[in-house]
Design a protein around this ligand. Structure first.
Ligand code: ADP
Ligand code: MG
Length: 354
């Protein structure tokens, strides 16, 4: 893994320094693969020494976090906790992010009316998403799904008391895939700020958080068009010139296909089935943790409930792209997003969120 990271670093830093880039001298850009996630950093006007140190911090921190909360890796701390829960035992937290993640997950479970439910790890695994490769073959049976649903795993089954976590439902299996990357972004940006870095973008698997600016201009963060056949690629860009994150949850990267239909890796905890009818949801917020939790929750809430859940979760900017690629935005997001002129989508502006 170390060697793979080193090679990716070499290759990608070469790509980042193409001679046609007019900002090459002021911009530092590196990308790495950490446990299958593409992680990147872009800095503006930093010394090469500081920039290298920042890139190292990013990779090391991400590796460390991944080892803690990986959802299916045998030696992760989260796997150990899940084994304890399944056995009806409590788990002692050692210097770990699992405990704050659990507490925050309980909060988002409540504010999302249970659409965000990281206790449904068994369902996510049943659908085949506890693996690096995309699942193939027949879907799980109705019987298997019904059995897991009947056990009602939920975040309110869990108790966090000081350094001890326990659950009164052995069907709970925690899976923090829906917001751990966002939390990592918040923590890493804090580390960069404490190193004195003022202008940066960190990218964790397509979820971004920025501070400062790109020189005298705002950072521009693209929102990907959910259609794989769409040539333009980016549907809109978000200008960022203060601390802000842009997080997208979509059905276009991790999914399974069977008999011509596509099944997303985001599962509706009420039905046990992958969500339908929404291609992607982007949330912009200062907190990447909130933006990540909310973008997943709103995918599940869907066209009918996204507005109410966004309000409850305290989100201010939402862009939901439905199954027919109509864009739904709240008025603030409509003002913030810069749509590509050549690629103006059908858009519906909702009532304000605030
Ligand atoms: P990505 O990781 O691709 O950015 P998300 O942030 O939307 O996408 O997270 C999706 C992951 O969240 C799934 O792979 C699964 O691990 C987990 N998950 C799926 N459904 C739910 C749900 N209803 N609530 C909480 N977590 C979920
Ligand atoms: Mg998410």
């Amino acid at each position: 893994m170390q060697l793979k990271i080193f090679i990716s670093l070499l290759l990608l830093s070469l790509v980042a320094c193409t001679p046609s880039d007019p900002y090459q001298d002021r911009k530092f850009q590196q990308q790495f693969y950490v446990f299958g996630t593409l992680v990147g950093i872009t800095l503006w006007d930093e010394s090469p020494e500081k920039a290298e140190k920042a890139a190292q911090t990013l990779v090391q921190t991400f590796q460390e976090y991944h080892q803690q909360w990986h959802s299916w890796q045998a030696d992760s701390q989260l796997t150990a906790l899940n084994q304890a829960i399944a056995a009806g035992e409590s788990w002692q937290v050692h210097d770990s992010l699992i405990s704050p993640l659990t507490v925050m997950a309980q909060h988002f479970y409540q504010t999302s009316d249970g659409f965000f439910n990281p206790a449904i790890g068994q369902l996510v695994g049943l659908w085949g998403f506890h693996a690096d490769e995309l699942p193939t073959g027949p879907l799980p049976s109705e019987k298997q799904i019904a059995k897991l649903l009947a056990a009602k795993p939920k975040m309110t089954d869990i108790q966090v008391k000081g350094h001890v976590i326990s659950a009164n439902n052995p069907a709970v299996q925690l899976d923090f895939g829906a917001f751990a990357k966002g939390y990592a972004l918040d923590l890493i940006i804090e580390k960069l700020k404490s190193m004195g870095i003022k202008n940066a973008i960190v990218n964790a698997g397509g979820n971004l958080k920025a501070i400062g600016k790109a020189g005298d201009r705002p950072w521009m963060i693209g929102i990907r068009h959910p259609s794989p056949t769409e040539k333009v690629g980016v549907i809109a860009a978000i200008p960022v010139e203060t601390e802000m994150s842009v997080v997208t949850s979509g059905n276009y990267e991790r999914y399974r296909e069977f008999e011509g239909s596509r099944y997303s890796h985001i599962i509706d905890p009420n039905t046990g089935w992958p969500v339908k009818g929404v291609s992607s949801v982007t949330v912009v917020d200062e907190s990447a943790t909130l933006a990540d939790a909310a973008s997943t929750a709103l995918m599940v809430a869907g066209l009918q409930d996204w507005h109410r859940i966004a309000r409850q979760m305290g989100v201010k900017y939402v862009m939901l792209i439905d199954g027919s690629h109509t864009v739904h935005v709240n008025p603030k997001m409509a003002r913030l997003a810069e749509f590509q002129r050549r690629n103006l989508p059908d858009a519906v502006v909702s009532k304000p969120l605030e």
